[in-house]
Design a protein around this ligand. Structure first.
Ligand code: NAD
Length: 468
């Protein structure tokens, strides 16, 4: 996205070393290691969400104009499902993962033993301000860590309610919410963590990674970028349009995995545009500004950024703005220049460029010439076409004949590749991200074969070659 937050870390005038030290002390006490503690904290978080559902949904509505249904599906309910899945599988995830042992180490047993990392920092973004902060927290809790949560300062109401509720429900010796912006983030990044989990733009991702490098701290970077959507002319037009509208205009397009642009086989673009327009009217009415189901833009700075994308391009639908709300109507742009800002930057808003291409192979080439996307969508009735797109492209995730629905499966790791990020979470992937999988080999004193000890001989070497 353009107009990124300041691209350099500011010199912190505040210090969180005491906060981190106190969490580290709690971690060292060992209290977070047990299955009981982890389950009790996940139960507490579940209670927090259930008992405060109304206030949480209200905060999300104030920040982004999210409808109750959308906020439930993508934030509140999403987190409850995540907790339920985690509670169901946690015992199994925590168990040592037994592997075989080579002859030379017999008798012996080999395990991969997950252990908590320690004290972790989770930095959230504003577009799904609850989900993106608490889903990593669920994984961090499951893995037995202490955590500092840093909500995005742009989603003010959600940040406030999270900071109020977490201390009321959670074990406060093991978690702290630090509100604020760049200054607080920079001060937090100056501390030594056992893991940093960051969700947001690429530019700040680089700041996070360089701050982490100073302490050799591992990072997960959940970034964004331009997620393409390929449409083949064999597709089911009505369902394709409906699912593109669902994925693109949820949260007014402010979703990291929303289709950023569509590559459609030439000659089919007008049919697709007409079907999308029809579907937009059916989902949000003739005037989306008066629809309770249509979201706001986070602030006027972002609204103006989006408005800028419409300069000099062919707007074939929408393009209206409402400064007061602030919001922009669902907007379609036909065949913008490849070097225009709208085709160079992540749109992160309700504008969808429709780009005609000569063939599916051209669409694949177009994607492969650009940074690896976070998500990729492909619509076709031909399985061969879909498989060729899956095989010939690289992206964090790929979903065929639908858009963001793959996020509802906690069995699927979620994360980017290349410029769209590193590391993943959701379900066991999140547990593993916040765990160190320790190698354990348990040996006994029996059968201490001299073959591996000096002095060596040709005979010993021939045995070693067999046993290793
Ligand atoms: P943002 O402005 O909320 O920033 C993200 C976090 O970084 C905030 O907590 C903020 O306080 C902190 N931050 C800002 N400037 C900083 C600095 N100089 N130093 C340290 N920390 C700083 O969010 P954003 O960056 O506008 O988010 C939008 C981007 O995030 C898009 O690119 C989107 O695709 C991506 N995103 C990715 C995912 C994902 O799961 N992969 C999810 C949501 C958003």
């Amino acid at each position: 996205m353009s107009n990124q937050p300041t691209l350099h870390a500011v010199e912190p005038s505040i210090c969180f070393l005491d906060t981190v030290a106190s969490l580290q002390t709690s971690f060292k006490s060992g209290k977070t290691h047990s299955l009981e503690w982890r389950k009790s904290q996940l139960d507490a978080l579940k209670r927090l969400l259930i008992e405060n559902e109304k206030d949480i949904l209200h905060a999300l509505h104030q920040d982004l104009g999210k409808s109750e249904s959308e906020a439930y599906v993508a934030e509140h309910g999403f987190l409850l499902t995540d907790i339920k899945h985690t509670l169901k599988h946690l015992n199994k995830w925590m168990q040592p993962r037994k592997v075989s042992t080579p002859l030379i180490a017999w008798p012996g047993k080999s395990f991969q033993q997950p252990e908590p990392l320690g004290t972790v920092l989770i930095i959230g973004a504003w577009n799904y301000p609850l989900q993106l902060l608490l889903a990593p927290y669920i994984a961090a809790l499951a893995a037995g860590n202490c955590a500092v949560l840093k909500p995005s300062e742009l989603a003010v109401e959600t940040s406030t309610i999270v900071a109020k509720l977490i201390p009321q429900y959670m074990d406060t010796s093991c978690v702290e919410v630090i509100e604020g912006g760049k200054e607080e983030s920079s001060a937090l990044l100056a501390c030594k963590w056992d893991h940093i989990f960051y969700t947001g733009g690429e530019a700040v991702g680089k700041i996070v990674m360089s701050a982490a490098a100073r302490h050799l701290t591992p990072v997960t970077l959940e970034l964004g970028g331009k997620s393409p959507c390929i449409v083949d002319s064999s597709t089911n037009l009505k369902i394709t349009a409906r699912r593109i509208v669902w994925g693109k205009w949820m949260n007014a397009g402010q979703t990291c995995i929303a289709p950023d642009y569509v590559l459609v086989v030439k000659g089919f673009e007008q049919k697709l545009i007409d079907a999308i327009k029809k579907e937009l009217k059916s989902q949000f009415g003739k005037n989306p500004f008066s629809s309770d189901d249509y979201g706001n833009i986070i602030n006027t700075r972002h609204l103006h950024r989006l408005q800028g994308y419409l300069d000099g391009v062919n707007v074939v639908y929408g393009g209206d703005i409402n400064e007061a709300r602030p919001a922009m109507t669902p907007t379609l742009v036909l065949d913008p220049a490849k070097d225009s800002a709208i085709m160079q930057e992540e749109i992160f808003g309700p504008i969808l460029p429709i780009v005609p291409v000569a063939s599916i192979d051209e669409a694949i080439g177009f994607i492969n010439d650009r940074p690896k996307p976070l998500a990729l969508y492909a619509f076709s009735d031909d399985d061969k076409v879909l498989n060729s797109i899956i095989d010939k492209t690289s992206s964090g995730s790929v979903c065929t004949n639908d858009t963001m629905i793959f996020m509802t499966n906690p069995e699927l790791p979620f994360g980017g590749v290349g410029n769209s990020g590193m590391g993943s979470y959701h379900g066991q992937a999140g547990f593993d991200t916040f765990s160190h999988v320790k190698t354990v080999m348990k040996r006994a004193f029996a059968l201490d074969a001299p073959v591996r000890y000096a002095p060596f001989s040709k005979f010993k070497l021939s045995l070693l070659k067999k046993f290793l």
